[in-house]
Design a protein around this ligand. Structure first.
Ligand SMILES: [Fe+2]
Ligand SMILES: [Fe+2]
Length: 311
């Protein structure tokens, strides 16, 4: 487990009142994870414009060369564009860049017109590698250090989430609905706090992501199979009781109907999620619904915020 976790919002769609930060459509989070003497800084997504990201880092006195790894939550340009430039700014040879193996597939909309919204041509695998990135293409949870892991593919268990049909891909020359199977989250388990979930857009469904966190975080911390599918022998209690202390990110409810919003908020509440930090693609109606249920345990995301979780 971690002793502490600090999450800094480096990019978000909104900025706070009287702050000097630059906002943009997209998200980027810096995670600083401490485990004993060990400190690791993991950048989760890079939004779509490197300049405001680097501007915000400078204001917060964050040196990009101290970043140890980058996790990409999914292919969309508002999470991945400019990655090559950020990898170059980090400047570390063989910088781990962790993402789903399908992240470079075509991903596009056709309404109102054909538009690619996946990884852009300036950020191909070859460009990232040439800039110093070491690509980790992974479907399974990948432990970054004990207590900090990526989610791997998120099982779709709720009946009402993951119903998007406007996102398309091409497979074997056929145009298909893209199930966004590349969606990853990051799960950080902090001693005395529980598991903090960091999510990009929650295309897999934020309730699915929260439920998967309980399984994966328990498995990883207990030194389980490492495949994220089952906990180690004798540690089922730990896996089952892993408390979701917080969820931070975009909940992708901006186009959801009132019924889906109602079910999502109710299920997050039933799951016992301790605090919700939601912005980006969450949308105002969902933010309002989350606030009316979670009250002070709801915080709207703003660029430049920092949250620390420790005992
Ligand atoms: Fe997004
Ligand atoms: Fe997205």
């Amino acid at each position: 487990m971690l002793n502490s976790l600090t999450v800094t919002i480096l990019a978000e769609d909104s900025v706070g009142y009287e702050t000097p930060f630059l906002g943009q459509h997209g998200v980027s989070f810096l995670l600083e994870a401490r485990s004993g003497e060990l400190v690791r800084r993991v950048l989760v997504d890079v939004a779509q414009l490197p300049q405001p990201l680097l501007h915000n880092m400078a204001i917060l006195d964050i040196d990009p060369t101290t970043i140890d790894a980058i996790v990409l939550t999914h292919c969309h340009y508002d999470h991945t564009q400019g990655l090559t430039e950020i990898v170059r700014a980090v400047g570390n040879r063989d910088l781990p860049v962790i993402a789903h193996p399908d992240i470079f597939r075509p991903n596009f909309e056709t309404v109102p017109t054909l538009r690619h919204i996946g990884v852009m041509n300036s950020d191909t695998r070859e460009a990232i590698t040439a800039a110093g990135g070491m690509f980790f293409p992974v479907r399974d949870p990948l432990q970054l250090l004990p207590g900090l892991t990526t989610s791997g593919e998120v099982p779709r268990t709720t009946a009402y989430e993951n119903r998007e049909t406007n996102l398309k891909t091409i497979r074997d020359g056929r145009v298909e609905v893209d199930p966004m199977i590349d969606e990853l989250s990051v799960y950080a388990t902090v001693q005395g706090v529980g598991t903090v979930v960091v999510t990009g857009c929650s295309h897999a469904g934020v309730v699915n992501i929260a439920r998967h966190a309980r399984t994966v975080a328990g498995t990883q911390d207990s030194g389980g199979t490492g495949d994220g599918t089952r906990p180690a022998e004798g540690n089922t209690a730990l896996a089952g009781s892993a408390q979701v202390a917080a969820i931070i990110g975009g909940f992708h409810l901006i186009e959801a109907d009132a019924e889906r919003i109602r079910k999502t908020v109710a299920d997050l509440h039933t799951e016992g999620v301790g605090h919700i930090y939601a912005g980006h693609c969450t949308g105002f109606p969902a933010q309002a619904a989350l606030y009316s249920t979670f009250g002070d345990a709801f915080t709207p995301l703003r660029t430049g915020q920092q949250f620390t979780f420790s005992q």
